[in-house]
Design a protein around this ligand. Structure first.
Ligand code: ZN
Length: 465
């Protein structure tokens, strides 16, 4: 979406002067952008935007004005609307012009408009009467509002401009819902690499999806003000836009990444509990969508590409990254992510390309991981039974993988509670059925599999006497 033609200072009436053929006509001209723009609205005190409305009269059917006075670089008229009222009984044309200005700098006190040939009857500034004087066809308007340009977000090497385009009625809602976009951009820039484009706009618009991650120009559904969607679409600028899958069947490289990195913002900003809750919600959606016989993420049998917008590409894709992070550890995982972005920025990639970069940082093969999680189906269903042997002071655990197809290989953390002591152990589960034994001082009260929720799994634990 492009912004309407920029006008440095005020109204070019040549653009909107009309030849009127019929009497009794009310004409309304609206510039190509029907929305108001709010630039970096980090404060609800003041905005860089305001509307001036001018009531004008002219005796001429064709109103013409030149616009040759010095430009004011501090002001940009980004949207105008002209309403003409013509009566059959009079030669006079009445007009009302509404202009939406954006301030590029702070402290602008006056605006001059060249309106030769027109009589200015009244000027309002954001619906309040404004003071104005006129001389030589120019109208000088004194602004009463104190407007501020709300600043830029920094990115590596250059400033990044962030724009919000909102319907005026939803301005407050949008500021709140889109509110932490700047922090998101900064977070992803630090975590992944430089923001890939010159600017970013968040546009409230009619889209059939909740959000659409057009590069540098995100469309958000008219009634979508949730920060989760905003974080997801912003994360897409790196993964999905700058790095794009070479084949739609690897869509998880877009959607799984945007889902997971969307959640990572909340892990950093709001804490681990919120993040875990988002992951568990995703797990629930995935289990709900697929029930007992889930297909693999990479599923070339899907020929209707819209059907790839599924819980495999999104929710399970996000979980795959989460589990890879668990396997590799934070340091190696995020070093790999940065490398992958740096290597494939403005290019295409497949799952194997991602795997190779991650293997380089992990220092070990990962084909087994991608094979089971991307190219094979489902998730592990662990059934664990434990027994306490008082005579040997041993805890014996038998774990069985109950899912039908793939036998998963994963490191699995278990938590054993015995009295006030909480012990954590990592076991490697990679067979259909395995036994583990731990020496303990006292009989445990219970056992938890994967207490920190690192695995896409279902786990049932029970004690046998
Ligand atoms: Zn997405």
């Amino acid at each position: 979406m492009s912004r309407p033609g920029q006008n440095d200072c005020g109204l070019r009436t040549t653009d909107c002067g009309l030849r009127i053929a019929d009497c009794g006509l009310i004409a309304e001209i609206v510039s190509s952008n029907p929305q108001s723009a709010i630039r970096n609205p980090q404060s609800n005190v003041s905005y860089s935007l305001f509307v001036l409305a001018l009531l004008l009269c002219t005796q001429f059917i064709y109103a013409f004005a030149r616009d040759d006075y010095p430009r004011n670089a501090a002001i940009d008229a980004i949207h105008y609307r002209l309403r003409l009222m013509i009566r059959e009984t009079s030669e006079e044309i009445q007009a009302e012009a509404e202009i939406l200005f954006e301030l590029k700098e702070d402290g602008v006190k006056t605006i001059a408009l060249d309106l030769r040939g027109l009589t200015v009857v009244q000027v309002t500034e954001d619906k309040r009467a404004a003071k104005f004087t006129r001389a030589d066809g120019r109208v000088q308007i004194s602004l009463s509002g104190s407007y501020r340009n709300l600043g830029m977000v920094k990115r590596e090497g250059a400033d990044l401009e962030l724009y919000y385009y909102l319907f005026p009625r939803d301005r407050d809602k949008g500021i709140k819902g889109y509110g932490r976009a700047l922090q998101m951009i900064e977070f992803y820039s630090n975590l992944i690499g430089p923001f890939p484009y010159e600017k970013l706009a968040l546009v409230q618009s009619s889209t059939r999806y909740g959000g659409m991650e057009n590069a540098s120009n995100i469309f958000l559904a008219e009634d979508t003000f949730g920060e989760g969607v905003v974080a997801h679409e912003i994360a897409h600028q790196w993964f999905g836009d700058a790095v794009t899958e070479a084949d739609w069947h690897h869509l998880w490289l877009s959607e799984g990444f945007a889902t997971y990195f969307g959640h990572l913002f909340f892990e950093r900003a709001d804490g681990r509990d919120k993040f875990v809750q988002l992951m568990l919600n995703d797990k629930e959606s995935y289990l709900k969508e697929y029930g007992k016989d889930p297909p693999p993420i990479y599923d070339p049998s899907i020929t209707d590409l819209l059907k790839l917008l599924n819980a495999n590409s999104y929710q399970k894709g996000g979980w795959v990254l989460h589990m890879l992070r668990y396997v590799m550890g934070d340091e190696k995982f995020f070093a790999g992510i940065r490398d992958y972005y740096r290597t494939y920025r403005d290019r295409n990639a497949l799952t194997d390309d991602f795997r190779k970069v991650m293997e380089f940082h992990y220092g070990q093969p990962l084909a087994w991981f991608f094979k089971q999680w991307i190219f094979e189906s489902g998730y592990p269903i662990y059934e664990a039974v434990w027994k306490w042997d008082e005579s040997t002071r041993e805890l014996r655990i038998r774990v069985r993988q109950k899912q039908e197809k793939t036998v998963f290989r994963m490191p699995v953390e278990i938590e054993i509670k015995a009295g006030k002591e909480v012990r954590r152990e990592v076991i490697k589960i990679d067979e259909r059925e395995q036994n583990f034994t731990f020496k303990l001082d006292a009989k445990p009260q219970g056992l938890t599999i994967d207490p920190d929720e690192w695995l896409l799994k279902v786990a049932n634990v029970s004690e046998v006497k």
